[in-house]
Design a protein around this ligand. Structure first.
Ligand code: ZN
Length: 245
């Protein structure tokens, strides 16, 4: 029933912009952050994921990120990622905004993609600006130093205490404002400013749909909420929609 309602919404309220969080990647075997078995239950983010921690002891932060890179590099996109790429190709999805840094949307084929928390695609030198690719960083582990000047590289993901990439958040806000429907997938909408994007859509007269395991602070304002796994829900949606928008 809820998938039927979501199918109607996507057809009636175009364009659809999708906002994804950790919940879409758990089906690829990537642990989320905030659940009892999540990343932050094992690693205190204050010690391993803040910009201050990085500046004070970058090698320690790389102990954590090095393991994460190995795990993320080995993960494969799942049906949720694949369906969103397919729906973009079929004209139903205008863009995907993601909080994830894992590159799985890109690898699944999404083209209009806004990575508001950065990505593991590259790491950069804060001294000379040199940029190393994912594969180069993996070669340089456990503590990747800048090939040009020797300073320890910083992963190009947004650490706690850092501002979000300005161009990405500006683009995400624009997409949210123009969306007839914002479809949230696998995000508990707790981390600002990204959690404020649905408000932009609602304020501009758009509708909100949420596919997430568990409630969010925005459930009461959503036109439809589906509490189930992203992959199977999105696959059912893709099957129910006409081939082309
Ligand atoms: Zn350098």
């Amino acid at each position: 029933m809820s998938v039927e309602r979501l199918t109607e919404l996507i057809q009636d309220r175009r364009p659809c912009v999708v906002l994804t969080g950790a919940g879409i990647s758990t089906e690829s075997g990537i642990p989320d952050f905030r659940s009892p078995t999540g990343v932050w239950a094992k690693y205190d983010p204050q010690e391993y994921a803040t910009i201050d921690a990085f500046l004070a002891d970058p090698a320690k932060v790389w102990e954590f990120y090095g393991r994460r890179l190995a795990m993320l590099g080995a993960a494969e996109p799942n049906d949720g990622h694949r369906v969103l790429a397919e729906l973009e190709e079929r004209g139903w999805v205008r863009a995907v905004i993601t909080q994830n840094i894992d590159r799985l949307h890109e690898r699944a084929g999404s083209r209009a993609l806004v990575e508001v928390h950065g990505s593991i695609r590259t790491a950069s030198c804060l001294s000379c600006g040199a940029v190393a690719t994912f594969d180069e960083v993996v070669e340089l582990l456990p503590v990747p130093a800048c090939p040009a000047c020797g300073r320890i590289l910083k992963p190009d993901v947004v650490l706690f205490g850092e501002l979000l990439p300005e161009a990405a958040i500006a683009r995400a806000t624009q997409l949210a404002t123009q969306a007839g429907l914002m479809l949230v997938v696998g995000s508990s909408l707790e981390v600002y400013p990204v959690a404020g994007l649905p408000l932009e859509t609602l304020a501009a007269g758009g509708a909100l749909a949420i596919v997430n395991r568990g409630a969010t602070p925005f459930h009461s304002r959503a036109s439809v909420t589906i509490d189930s796994a992203a992959g199977e829900t999105l696959r059912a949606l893709a099957d129910a929609l006409p081939e082309r928008a």
